[in-house]
Design a protein around this ligand. Structure first.
Ligand code: ADP
Ligand code: GN1
Ligand code: MG
Length: 369
């Protein structure tokens, strides 16, 4: 596949930005899509910005299905937000159509491009800078869950099959080990040992789903802190973004993925593991905010399983980073050699920390349920 830049001019020409394009630059810290910020100058008006993205073909094999889900969910949210007296143009994403009225443009290589208005006056955090900001992200992700409670799940495509199927992620890791495409298996023995000891854990949430204990809901499935925009002035959650993986899933995973990323003080790819520590107080802050935002939408069993969501999303993400490292870094964008292995190691360190604080994690949920 060509670099996204190769198609950028064609992609820009496919949309009507309502003014002269004065720049388009790479933007954000997402691992998956190619994201650009487009600046336009509509006449005398102040500069306007848009987000232009090429949807990752490695991650999403059916971009039409991704966009169909997003069109449905954003239209539904816009109505609900307007009914609640909010501002849909800020509180949900809005798809900007192509000049010929489609929800995305297809480049000559089959890559799919889409545009959203840039939501101004917001910040996007790479780490929980303050507990208050983390709480704000928790409330808005909890609210997202509640707002989609009655969304018709059968109208959603599964944009990445078996996305949070931890058993399948484990199987894919084993396949990558067997293939050893890059000759890297010899370098990851401690990590493989770590996973081996936790193979049974990989089935806990799925088994609860199979047993009918946990309900399948419409979930976001990628709830890290940099997938939410926070008001620069208000410090409140404004908009949940990155809706590519909205599909049927488990609420405990939405809770858990946020904990994985945000309840610590280190970067996801920190190389000094002594700096990577699960922070129980941030976990508490998030739990309180998420439950407040969800407003009673969760069942008792879901509440019981929240700590499992945290541990399993972290373990699964570590497994995914390790698999990608072994396969040659095709999925998660890297900026340096070994970055996916570093990412895997931080996840496993956090899992080990959670195991040590397991009883305290359960007690926190009990305090706020
Ligand atoms: P990826 O799937 O690669 O993570 P995202 O959809 O999360 O892609 O977008 C990457 C980054 O772009 C986000 O983390 C955020 O900083 C920024 N971003 C995306 N959409 C918007 C938007 N509508 N307004 C402002 N910033 C946005
Ligand atoms: C990816 O797209 P982004 O960067 O927000 C990934 C998540 C991982 C996360 C790890 C579609 O999220 O599942 O948890 O990286 N998204 C996809 O940081 O695979
Ligand atoms: Mg993202």
């Amino acid at each position: 596949m060509q670099q996204a830049e190769h198609f950028l001019q064609d992609a820009l020409a496919a949309f009507d930005f309502g003014g002269e394009i004065v720049g388009a630059v790479r933007y954000g810290s997402g691992h998956i899509n190619d994201t650009f910020c487009v600046h336009t100058q509509p006449g005398e008006d102040p500069c306007r910005r848009f987000i232009l993205q090429r949807i990752s073909a490695a991650a999403f094999h059916h971009p039409d299905q991704v966009m169909s889900n997003i069109a449905g969910v954003t239209a539904y949210l816009a109505k609900a937000i307007a009914a609640a007296g909010g501002d849909p143009s800020r509180e949900t994403m809005t798809v900007v159509p192509t000049r010929d009225g489609k929800s995305f443009y297809t480049d000559s290589e089959g890559g799919a491009w889409r545009v959203y208005p840039f939501i101004e006056g917001t910040i996007c955090l790479q780490a929980a800078e303050t507990p208050e900001l983390f709480a704000a992200s928790a409330r808005i992700f909890g609210r997202f869950q509640r707002m989609l409670k009655d969304y018709p799940a059968d109208t959603l495509y599964e944009t990445i099959p078996r996305f949070h199927d931890t058993e399948d992620r484990l199987a894919k890791l084993k396949a990558a080990v067997a293939a050893d495409a890059m000759g890297r298996v010899k370098d990851v023995q401690p990590e493989l040992e770590f996973v081996k000891k936790r193979e049974a854990d990989c089935s806990v949430a799925l088994q609860a789903l199979r047993d009918g204990k946990l309900p399948l809901r419409v979930t976001h499935n990628d709830t890290k802190l940099n997938n939410v925009l926070i008001g620069r002035e208000s410090g409140e959650g404004i908009c949940v973004i990155d809706l590519d993986t909205v599909m049927p899933g488990l609420s405990i995973n939405d809770f858990g993925d946020s904990i994985r990323f945000g309840a610590n003080h280190s970067a996801e790819d920190e190389q000094d593991l002594s700096k990577v520590n699960f922070d129980l107080s941030l976990y508490e802050v998030y739990t309180q905010g998420f439950l407040e935002g969800a407003g009673g939408a969760l069942t008792q069993a879901e509440l019981d399983y929240l700590p499992w969501g945290a541990k399993l999303m972290t373990l699964e993400c570590g497994i995914r980073f390790l698999t990608d490292y072994l396969e040659g870094d095709h999925y998660f964008r890297i900026h340096r050699e070994g970055q996916n292995l570093d990412r895997c190691r931080t996840q496993f360190k956090l899992v080990a920390d959670m195991e040590e604080q397991w009883e305290a994690m359960k007690a926190v949920v009990d305090k706020y349920r």
